[in-house]
Every structure is written in C-alpha cells, then in structure tokens.
Design a binder for this molecule. Structure first.
Ligand SMILES: Cc1ncc(COP(=O)(O)O)c(C=O)c1O
Length: 343
C-alpha cells in the first residue's frame, strides 16, 4: 500500500516560491463571519473569504491568478496580450489592470458589446486603457476568428502577440494563486479555531486551487462548487488540467472531480442572465452582512448557499466558508434589473 506524502504549510510554500511571482494582490484578504446571514438562515455558521478585497481595479480572484500568470507571459517575451471575453467580464477588467502593472499592451475583443452602455466592467476596461474591439451579435459568433486575424496582423507588424485563449497552461499557472490562498486560509482557520470546514464558491480554477492546497496539506475541508456557465463544461475547463498543476508544483496529490460536490441547478437561463433567485440572494447578503455579490458569479454562488442551507445541504456542525471571488463592477451593468427588484 502506498501512503500519500502530506506537506506542511512551509513545504507547500517552498514549492510555490520556486515560481516567478508579481506581487499585485493585497494579501492576506480577510476571513470574516457573516453573523446576520447565519442568524437569518438558522443553519450552520457562515463565514466569508473576501477575495473581493484583493485590490487591483476593484478586486477579485484574478488578482491572485495574475501574480503567477503575468510573469509567465512577460518572461516568455510577448509584447501584447489579446483577450476574448464577454462585454461584462470581470476577467477582461482584471487582465487589463494586471497588464498595466507590467506595462504590457492589452487588446480586448468583447463579445456582444456593440452599442452597450459604457458602464460596469466595460467602463473600467476603457479607463484602464484597454484597446477595445466591441463586437456585435453577428461578429461575436466568430470572436476567435476575429482575434486570430488581429494576432496575424500584429505578427506581420513584428509584434509577439499572446492570445490568451490559445494558451491553456498559463491558466494552470494562475491556479497557483489559489494554492497560495489555501495556505492563507489554513492559518486563518486555525487562528479562529474553526472546525468541519466546508468551502462553497463558483466551480472554477480558484476553488480547485484550494482543493489542491487542502489535499496536499492533508486537510479534511469539504468543497461545493456552483456552476455558473453552461457554455464551458467543467471537465473541459478545469478537470483536464489536474495533472498539470501536480507536475507544475511537484505535488504528492492533485484534485479530482470527486473532490468537489458540483451544483449546477442554479445557472438559470445561462451565463450573463440574472435569475430572480440571484437578485434575491444579492439583496439578502447586502442587507444582512453588507456583502455585495455580483449578478453572474458570486450572486449565483450566494443563491446556492442560501438554498442549500434552507434545504439541509450542509450539516449543522459545519463551518461554511463562502468564497467571494469578486465581480463587483458587474452590479452596475445590471442596474435596472437590480433597482427594480422587488423581493
Ligand atoms: C467573480 C468571478 N468569480 C469566479 C470566476 C471563476 O473563475 P475561475 O474559474 O478562474 O476560478 C470568475 C471568472 O471570471 C469571476 O469573474
């Protein structure tokens, strides 16, 4: 029988420290209680990890990702980044901010963005100086082709463009930011003497980074991932990369699909379309513990948390930690729906 080697926090930290890092996030982010939400729901104790407070143009999970991803891109000699995202994307905004930090030119191809009000993330993209290509509905069907042509043009001009969607490996490098967060959360959990930890958040790379950290350190934290996007199936998005992160950090373990309970019943009509439950959850989190969630990602995860507590999806002796991954400017894109919401 083989026994899996367990790493101490220090040993895991040493492995992370071998990678180049750009310190752009405000760390550690707080781990704090949500006493009023806990009381309102009458379930297990609810805490929140404030990844919305990382800084970097309104904060979010990508600040940690880019600490590791940006040096990787810069060291490889690229001189311009191209990103294809949706018009309200948080990723688009935070990539613009991270690119500015290293003085990298940044071209943003935004789907379904033509004739939109310049508000929320789109406004911040503009202020940050991203070179915007706002595609209409028709062009958006071939956003990748559009970006490929831009890339070819730049190459013909002698540039070294880095089209983010062509490179999967740096996304894995970015996950290391959340392995790092796992060490941070462990310390905060110990300081607060929390038991039976169950972390819930958007099902994505960030949560998987935490899973890798917890398993590597032999911790028994449980994980629930909330699906927000029908377009990108999780197996394609993250699970095909589990061995990559194991190799990248030379870890004794990796994450597996079975490590995360996946909830996909809260997506609603699809990405970018806010459900009534999400609008309600945004108001509940705000009106209890003054936490602002976004309409796409963290609002959906908060709606899932509330519903799961109500349905008995957590045991009463668990400490539920909500991973708030940011996305704040998106509330302004959904201003009308949120302002007219009658809960
Ligand atoms: C607010 C927010 N949370 C979570 C995610 C999921 O990101 P990841 O899969 O990198 O964890 C995103 C993606 O852009 C996001 O904007």
């Amino acid at each position: 029988m083989t026994t899996t080697q367990i790493l101490t926090s220090e040993q895991l930290q040493q492995k992370i420290d071998r990678l180049p890092r750009l310190k752009i996030a405000h760390l550690p982010t707080p781990l704090e209680q949500m006493p009023r939400l806990t009381e309102r729901l009458g379930g297990p104790s609810i805490w929140i990890k404030r990844e919305d407070m990382t800084g970097l143009a309104y904060g979010g999970n990508k600040a940690r990702h880019y600490e590791f991803e940006m040096p990787h891109v810069a060291d490889a000699g690229y001189d311009v980044m191209i990103n294809i995202m949706d018009y309200h994307s948080n990723n688009a905004r935070m990539t613009a901010a991270a690119a500015n930090k290293i003085g990298m030119r940044y071209i943003l191809v935004l789907r379904n963005a033509a004739n939109r009000q310049v508000q929320g993330n789109l406004l911040i993209d503009k202020i940050l100086g991203a070179e915007l290509h706002l595609l209409d509905e028709y062009q958006s069907g071939d956003a990748q082709g559009y970006a490929n042509r831009l890339k070819e043009q730049l190459e013909a001009e002698g540039h070294r463009p880095y089209l983010i969607q062509d490179h999967l490996f740096p996304r894995i490098v970015g996950m290391v930011g959340f392995v790092q967060a796992g060490i941070e959360i462990r310390q905060q959990i110990e300081e607060n003497n929390l038991k039976n930890v169950h972390i819930i958040g958007v099902a994505g790379r960030s949560l998987c980074g935490l899973i890798v950290a917890a398993k590597s350190m032999g911790l028994d934290w449980k994980f629930t991932g909330v699906t927000v996007n029908y377009d990108v199936p999780l197996p394609d998005y993250i699970f095909r990369h589990n061995r990559d992160i194991q190799e990248l950090l030379d870890l004794p373990v990796t994450f597996e699909e079975s490590d995360m309970r996946v909830l996909d019943q809260y997506v609603g009509e699809g990405y970018g379309l806010m459900t009534a439950e999400v609008a309600a959850a945004i108001h509940i989190a705000a009106q209890t513990d003054a936490i602002i969630c976004d309409p796409n990602y963290t609002g959906t995860a908060m709606a899932a948390l509330i519903d799961q507590v109500e349905q008995g999806g957590f045991s009463s002796d668990e400490t539920v930690i909500f991973l708030h991954t940011g996305g704040l400017p998106a509330v302004f894109t959904f201003a009308e729906q949120l302002a007219n919401f009658k809960g």
